[in-house]
Ligand binder design. Structure first.
Ligand code: 3MF
Ligand code: MG
Length: 348
């Protein structure tokens, strides 16, 4: 299988199985144990929330945070791993209850900014320049609760201050239309990239695109990826899957819609994503039914599906594709793709 791609996931992708309706069903796995899993599952990159890398960072001084981050880098090094990105986890702290950067309370906004600067400090120590912003609570439950024009100004202010704080940091916005909020301020890739263009340094702001988030916005993941890639703005991906418009399922890649997964891989291949050196990130959850000893198979399975789809993309006969397109015979193209995905000869 293709050796061109490098893969990453976040420690939260190996979890205890709690959901809003029931408690954990599996014992906790320590970060040390999780890090040991990476290589055996075929992964080289670790996606970090700030407090995955430095637990309880709210209790520590900036100097102590840097020291702990340095220790984490050594741990990564010992496992042969690298950090892909750091993301400030603003949504679990009480001060982030109404959003961080767009909170109505100026004290909360200040906290969100400071916390994000600490995330940048951690990223620097871990040897990555990528800061991911999943703007979880930057939105509203009811529109009247915020002045949206002010909220957009606050958001821009915060991102500008982060860009100015570290001239090397590159920011990837991870758009998601809803959940936990009713409505997010940057729901789609288009919104995120328009916003990026308004910052003090647009060249350092792009997107991380998650399959499920795009589907929740009613859009097509492969087209969103192509849109960002065409502008050199695809900084990472969170491949997973989503069965329709419901809660964010984070299903294994390709498990709900293999054809859509094929198209995401096709776009990454067409756009030369592997050559950018960026990671193929996964954001997948094990089903709650899974026993502890197999509650990481979803990661290896998603990677396997990705790599098999790379082969499917590369082996689809180009002459047949060109012929169907030249004849404007898209029914012929469609059945050829479906046969190919079913393991049959496309040109039956
Ligand atoms: C939520 C997400 C997040 C982000 C993560 C890193 C908890 O739907 O996708 O996962 O991916 O915070 O950006
Ligand atoms: Mg994600």
């Amino acid at each position: 299988m293709s050796q061109d791609y490098r893969f990453s996931f976040g420690p939260w992708n190996v979890h205890e199985g709690a959901d809003p309706f029931g408690p954990p069903v599996r014992p906790s796995v320590s970060l040390g144990e999780k890090l040991r899993l990476y290589k055996t599952l075929g992964f080289d990159g670790v996606q970090f929330h700030d407090d995955d890398a430095v637990p309880e960072l709210e209790e520590l001084t900036p100097g102590e945070i840097v020291k702990r981050a340095r220790e984490m880098r050594r741990l990564l090094h010992d496992e042969g791993l690298v950090a892909e990105f750091v993301a400030p986890r603003l949504w679990e702290d009480s001060r982030g209850i109404d959003g961080g950067y767009t909170a109505n309370d100026p004290g909360c906004r200040q906290w969100a900014l400071e916390r994000s600067k600490r995330a940048i400090d951690i990223a620097r120590e871990l040897g990555t320049e990528l800061l991911v912003l999943w703007l979880a609570r930057e939105g509203t439950y009811i529109r009247e609760s915020k002045n949206p024009l002010e909220a957009f100004r606050h958001l821009l202010d915060a991102v500008n201050k982060l860009l100015e704080y570290d001239p090397k940091i590159v920011i990837a916005i991870e758009p998601k239309p809803n959940e936990p909020m009713d409505q997010a301020y940057l729901p789609t890739v288009g919104h995120a990239l328009a916003f990026a263009s308004q910052t003090v340094d647009p060249a350092r702001v792009g997107v991380l695109i998650e399959t499920a988030h795009v589907i929740l916005a009613g859009l097509d993941p492969s087209d969103e990826m192509a849109f960002a890639l065409s502008m050199g703005k695809l900084l990472s991906v969170h491949l997973n899957d989503q069965n329709g418009l419901k809660f964010d399922e984070d299903k294994s890649f390709g498990s709900a819609n293999l054809r859509a997964a094929f198209n995401q891989v096709r776009v990454l291949e067409l756009g030369g994503y592997a050559a950018t050196g960026r990671f193929v990130g996964l954001d997948v959850k094990a089903m709650r039914t899974q026993k502890p000893e197999v509650a990481m198979r979803h990661l290896a399975n998603s990677r396997e599906v990705f790599l098999r789809l790379v082969e499917k993309v590369r082996t689809f006969p180009r002459d047949l594709e060109a012929q169907c397109i030249a004849n404007r015979d898209y029914e012929a193209l469609e059945i050829a793709i479906l046969r190919h995905l079913m393991g049959l000869s496309p040109a039956l």
